[in-house]
Design a protein around this ligand. Structure first.
Ligand SMILES: NC(=O)c1ccc[n+]([C@@H]2O[C@H](COP(=O)([O-])OP(=O)(O)OC[C@H]3O[C@@H](n4cnc5c(N)ncnc54)[C@H](O)[C@@H]3O)[C@@H](O)[C@H]2O)c1
Length: 401
């Protein structure tokens, strides 16, 4: 238990904000989760976890957490404010849509007092703390760096392993002044076991984008090299395994595209601040954006000799073993095939509204079973029941990506 418990408001109780709120409540801080979504507020107050993550429901069930965590739809006075609201891409302008970050920050203004700390966890383009948040926060009459403190601490959790990562990952604590850095480090030190790495706010904002851009470019490289291997008529993945025996090479696994809330979006925030120096970044984005169309083309080719093929597509999440469907390339592939006029059934055993009874029943009379997202439970079921699944199909074409 912390020696000096704080009152902490966490604005935005989704994938990022709620786990942090739970862990702070668990160590003894008084935490008020604030969310504009009334259903989420109700669920938290009733002790129901709305995010499917191992261990988080168990933490919410702990009596100390239930006692220290409440939720409401508007902010209130506190010592520390966390902002963890979405910062999506404005699809038309291809720049960050900061409207939710701005409205969440504006909502804090009437509640700010001298000595408060505001921590932005949302991913944002560099300079957002200085040029967007600071002017809003100073409408309170307080001055950032003098009697109001502001830090940016980007989140780098892996959906599917949130609890472990939020505690054990090293964290970047970025602020323009020493006191903000110290205060932010103190609150994170109460629930993070990873190292707390201090820097300035702009570097912290940039680091988060660097991390996801690095991932995007390396995935694009794997996708592009795999396409070259296909042109050569060889197996790219086998080639990568051999190449990766070089001590300084690690080609990633090619796939159907890049999805989720972070990797396909954050590279655009770099382009937003420096388009001239984002050429490789944007080429990688383009390669990854083409993957759903390329995958749809492979599926069409596989069923080209079947009359009026019936397709069963498995997987709607953006990667294996999670239920998060945001920016999912699998869904884009399904849409492309539906537009083509194929008879498509689409399931995902991890997504509530998309479950099947068994793969064997789902593929009855189908001409192709296409695994777009390789959830372990799906691959295990195919491995265990392959011949029964094939027997249930009209044409036993099975593709896994
Ligand atoms: N999900 C991840 O794995 C991940 C990882 C690292 C960083 N991030 C970043 O963290 C931020 C939050 O992402 P998330 O995945 O938690 O989003 P989320 O959609 O799961 O949760 C955000 C919550 O904020 C609420 N909200 C929106 N506007 C609000 C407002 N004005 N006041 C109060 N609540 C408001 C929404 O109702 C929602 O419940 C984003 O910037 C994202 O890029 C996410």
């Amino acid at each position: 238990m912390v020696q000096d418990p704080k009152t902490v408001v966490v604005v935005g109780t989704g994938y990022v904000g709620l786990p942090a709120a739970l862990l702070m409540a668990r160590v003894g801080h008084k935490v008020i989760g604030v969310d504009i979504n009334e259903n989420i507020v109700k669920a938290i107050n009733e002790g129901v976890m709305h995010i499917k993550e191992d261990e988080l429901q168990a933490i919410l069930d702990e009596p100390r957490v239930r006692a220290n965590l409440t939720a409401q739809t508007t902010p209130t006075e506190a010592d520390i404010f966390f902002i963890a609201v979405p910062s999506p891409l404005d699809e038309r302008k291809k720049i960050a849509d900061l409207s939710m970050v701005i409205s969440a920050t504006e909502a804090l203004v009437p509640h700010l007092k001298a000595g408060n700390l505001v921590v932005l966890e949302s991913t944002v383009p560099p300079l957002t703390c200085r040029e967007v948040l600071t002017p809003i926060l100073e409408k309170s009459g307080l001055k950032v760096g003098e009697n109001l403190y502001l830090a940016h601490c980007p989140e780098r959790i892996l959906p599917g392993n949130v609890f472990h990562e939020i505690v054990h990952n090293d964290r970047i604590i970025g602020a323009d002044d020493e006191t903000s850095r110290r205060l932010a480090t103190e609150i994170y030190a109460t629930f993070v076991e990873g190292e707390l790495l201090q820097t300035d706010d702009v570097t912290a904002e940039f680091c988060k984008l660097v991390e996801n851009t690095y991932r995007d470019i390396n995935i694009a490289l794997a996708n592009e090299l795999n396409a070259v291997a296909e042109t050569l008529g060889i197996n790219g993945v086998d080639a990568f395994k051999l190449s990766n025996r070089h001590p300084r090479v690690n080609v990633l696994t090619p796939g159907i595209g890049v999805g989720g809330h972070c990797i396909p979006i954050d590279p655009w925030f770099i382009k937003e601040v420096d388009p001239i120096n984002s050429r490789m970044i944007m080429t990688a984005r383009q390669v990854n954006q083409e993957m759903p169309a390329r995958t749809a083309a492979k599926i069409r080719k596989a069923v080209r000799n079947v009359n009026a093929p019936k397709l069963v597509l498995i997987g709607a999440s953006y990667k294996p073993n999670v239920e998060d469907t945001r920016e999912s390339p699998a869904n884009e592939i399904v849409e492309l095939l539906i537009e083509d006029g194929y008879d498509v059934s689409h399931y995902d055993p991890l997504v509530d509204s998309m479950r099947y009874d068994s793969l064997e029943s789902a593929v009855t009379d189908a001409d192709a079973l296409v695994v777009l997202v390789g959830h372990t439970v799906v691959l295990d079921e195919i491995a265990a029941n392959r011949s029964a699944i094939e027997d249930a199909m009209r044409t036993p074409i099975i593709l896994t990506f």
